[in-house]
Design a protein around this ligand. Structure first.
Ligand code: ZN
Length: 844
């Protein structure tokens, strides 16, 4: 069944309070609920339907009188009084056998929950929809030392604890944790001088991986006060690390639950990239307390209301904590590699979808990351001051409510007097807009003509022009900036913008700071790109110029067997030589477009991408780059050798990123000799893993790989890296075999999503390896998706996206991929999650 946005109706009842009692036992947990309902004056339909799935109903009563509700596999209906009443129910559930990791489940002997989006209905009968909000009181009975739920602790004794959450919330924010856990404590004083007790709860053995997460939490709390004026609103804030978790983390009120990979860190076991990601996720979940919890979503179609805004806020936080240009470049790389394929393929959907079968399939890069880009565009269009005012109004006006995108846009309209009806298309129109650029120069006047177009996407044949902020600056012939950044508002299909009074024809720097999530189609010459690479004052576009040069030379190497381009190699060399430039930024300069991205570009040009040809071109360009920079490499590598105790901060990690990139290039010249040395001397995971990956890429490092296993076999998060690295570093031909062999390893706990993704995610990401012409990559992935589906539909469905680009490739590969997709689709009892994904990918 498909659910539509247009069908929204409010629930017939309001909930005044919820009391829950849990009697925890692994296979027969009892959940007793006592809920105060009253008729909703704003609703007409009084059907009393409560969601409930996989529950055994023991007893139900209304106002103390036992009743026999009508049960289905989706929930129950009952006859209710036409006045306020008390609903009581007792159900039994089986957390010990809950492998889907949704609802109440167990992970290593610990009870935990994941209720977003629709998991609460697997805990008890309830109107499990985000617009039904209530206060919750929870009593947990269980013989485990730590018993946690939302809100503030209000009472406890031997074997029980009671928690009260005073803030009305939807059921998806409910959480419960019970286990043998150790607290890493902390403390925060809020802007109005309230003391908040902080705890990061982990399993024994993980105590040494908490300090960084705790500091990140405190920084997030402070930042949200300083920048958004948002204060925390409970006496305690708890975070729990869980090994078995489908996503990154969850913002349950006062009790955030994290995938252990998204919170636990130590220098010995985590890379710089892990630290940065953890800092961002902690911030993200904490920021949800206001954007998501205090103000929540009316229905799941509005998911981007909380996710787009919260991703935007965590990006602002990271820019403030670290380097803003580096963060912006990371985000553009991420958008192009994860969101663009979604937006331009069979899974394309609007940031606010209009229908779905399984909402878990819409926790996507489009909703999250493109959703965040929309907020960024809005802020750029209205300006920082108006943005701040609009946000104040949003918090003021909607605190305690379940809102829509219309509510969100209205606060901007009310603070700025702008009409945002055209801008709103960003929420309803799917597909990535393309902007074509035409330039003219006449007697001191430079004319820039921009035209926009969006290709048809599933269900949307005709596209309307969108409001696109295009940040532009102009450089004069000497490289000086003759016009500083100006935001052009492209609203028509085609529009011209004039710059007058110029002494000479300028070079335009267009889409500075990646001011919109679009594809820029600009016929730049390589000498213009090299000019911008040398002179652009906008760090994003300076990087982009290098990236365009790289892409251009790669495409010509692939299609015309051209040699690596000298403009690219020389330009890169001079940027890398510039010791004034941030090392992190220089490391980014050394990056290349992803092979899948090159495949997309070739496909869009009307060519059929050949993954092996793409792979070979990248290898050749890497080799040429190594040779071209040979003399510089030792110096660059030296910059990584930080002469201070390890810190994951922006400065040190930037240096290590540059050093690592230099080591990777060096390994192409010395067969891995320097990497072997670096491996032996590594005293943190960043350097250890970089060195190991260089060795594997040089087809060496067998001994080191075995040594790494012995050193780290006790650490699940490090072992995930060990599994993943072997698949990502394998040669294309060996990739499927390597992945298959790893699935036979005794430590391949495939029911653990992190371990499953370590192998299968790496397989799907290894472009040339996954797309081997014998189809073994496709088959291996499909075998495992079919196996995982009955155990964990959510993770299975997500990973089906590995096939979303199948129509880009040659007929042989298409046939092989279609066959695997069809095999998955025809599997008996396939989950609703996976069924929806596979049928969308197949275009059915
Ligand atoms: Zn979120």
């Amino acid at each position: 069944t498909t659910i539509y946005l247009k069908d929204y109706t409010p629930f017939g009842y309001l909930v005044d309070s919820v009391h829950l009692t849990f009697d925890l036992t692994p296979h027969a947990t009892r959940v007793t609920s006592r809920i105060a309902f009253r008729p909703n004056p704003n609703a007409t339909d009084r059907t009393f339907f409560l969601h409930g799935e996989e529950l055994t109903l023991i007893r139900a009563a209304i106002d103390g009188g036992e009743i026999t509700p009508e049960l289905s596999d989706k929930g129950l209906t009952a006859i209710t009084p036409d006045a306020p009443f008390i609903w009581e129910a007792e159900v039994e559930i089986d957390p010990g056998n809950n492998t889907a990791l949704e609802g109440l489940y167990m992970s290593n002997g610990m009870y935990c929950t994941q209720c977003e989006a629709e998991g609460f209905r697997k805990i008890t009968y309830y109107p499990d929809r985000p617009d039904v909000m209530s206060t919750f009181t929870v009593r947990i009975n269980g013989d485990l030392p730590v018993l946690l739920s939302n809100g503030n602790p209000t009472a406890k004794g031997e074997g029980w604890a009671e928690w009260t959450d005073p803030w009305p919330k939807p059921a998806y924010l409910f959480a419960l944790v019970a286990g043998d856990l150790i607290a890493h404590p902390g403390q925060f004083t809020t802007m109005s001088d309230r003391e908040v007790e902080l705890n990061l709860w982990v399993r024994p053995g993980d105590e040494g991986k908490c300090a960084f997460g705790m500091e990140a939490l405190k920084k997030s709390m402070k930042w949200d006060e300083d920048v958004y004026g948002r204060e925390y609103d409970l006496d305690v804030f708890n975070i729990v690390a869980v090994d078995d978790f489908n996503m990154g983390a969850m913002e349950n009120k006062g009790l955030n639950i994290f995938n252990s990979s998204a919170v636990l860190a130590s220098p010995e076991t985590s890379t710089d990239a892990n630290f940065e990601r953890i800092e961002a996720i902690i911030a993200h979940e904490y920021f949800h307390n206001w954007t998501g919890n205090r103000i929540t979503c009316r229905d799941w179609f509005q998911l981007c209301l909380k996710e787009g805004l919260t991703v935007f806020r965590d990006a602002q936080f990271t820019s403030d904590m670290r380097s803003a240009p580096v963060k912006r470049i990371h985000d553009a790389i991420d958008l192009r590699s994860r969101q663009f394929p979604e937006d331009n393929g069979p899974l394309s959907h609007p940031v606010r979808p209009e229908s779905f079968q399984e909402i878990n399939n819409f926790y996507t890069a489009t909703v999250y990351e493109k959703g965040a880009e929309i907020i960024g565009m809005l802020k750029r269009l209205v300006g920082d001051e108006a943005y701040a005012k609009a946000l104040d109004l949003y918090f003021d006006r909607h605190d305690g409510q379940a809102c829509t995108i219309e509510d969100w846009l209205k606060v901007f309209e009310d603070t700025t007097d702008r009409d945002l009806s055209q801008f709103k298309r960003w929420y309803s129109q799917s597909g990535t807009p393309r902007i074509a650029v035409a330039e003219a120069w006449d007697d001191g006047t430079y004319t820039l003509t921009l035209s926009q177009r969006t290709e048809p996407t599933p269900g949307q044949d005709d596209k309307q022009p969108q409001v696109i902020p295009v940040a532009v600056g102009l450089l004069g012939p000497n490289g000086d900036e003759v016009r500083s950044t100006e935001v052009l508002e492209l609203t028509e299909t085609e529009q011209s913008f004039q710059f007058t009074g110029l002494a000479a024809r300028p070079v335009a720097s267009i889409l500075r700071d990646f001011s919109a999530p679009v594809i820029l189609e600009q016929d730049q010459t390589n000498s213009e790109r090299a000019f911008l690479l040398a002179h652009d004052t906008d760090p994003f576009n300076r990087w982009q110029a290098g990236r365009s040069l790289a892409q251009d030379t790669l495409l010509r190497m692939i299609s015309d067997e051209a040699a690596p381009d000298a403009d690219y190699l020389d330009g890169l060399l001079s940027v890398l030589r510039d010791g004034e430039l941030d090392p992190a930024y220089r490391a980014l300069m050394l990056g290349l477009p992803a092979q899948s991205e090159l495949a997309a570009t070739l496909y869009e040009r009307g060519d059929t991408p050949d993954p092996m040809a793409i792979w070979a071109a990248v290898e050749t360009l890497r080799q040429a780059t190594a040779q071209h920079m040979q003399d510089l490499l030792p110096r660059l590598h030296g910059e990584a050798m930080v002469d201070a105790p390890y810190s994951p901060d922006a400065e040190q990690s930037g240096k290590r990123a540059l050093g690592s990139a230099a080591l990777a290039l060096t390994s192409r010249l010395d067969g891995g000799a320097m990497a072997a040395d670096a491996y032996a001397n590594a005293d943190n995971m960043t350097l250890q893993l970089t060195a190991l990956s260089c060795l594997l890429r040089a087809r060496k490092g067998e001994e080191e790989l075995a040594g790494f296993y012995d050193q780290w076999k006790h650490d699940r998060l490090v072992m995930d890296k060990w599994f993943g690295l072997q698949v990502s570093m394998a040669s294309p031909e060996a990739t499927p075999k390597t992945a298959r062999a790893l699935t036979e390893h005794p430590d391949f706990n495939w029911k653990n999503p992190n371990r499953f993704r370590a192998v299968m995610g790496a397989l799907a990401m290894n472009h040339a390896g996954f797309h081997q012409t014998d189809g073994t990559g496709y088959q291996l992935l499909a075998d495992w998706l079919i196996r995982l589906d009955p155990v964990n539909p959510q993770t299975t469905a997500r990973m089906c996206a590995a096939f979303q680009t199948w129509t880009r490739y040659d007929a042989g590969r298409q046939d092989l991929m279609r066959a695997q997709l069809t095999r998955i689709a025809e599997t008996p009892n396939l989950s609703r999650d996976t069924t929806e994904m596979v049928s969308r990918i197949l275009g059915a």
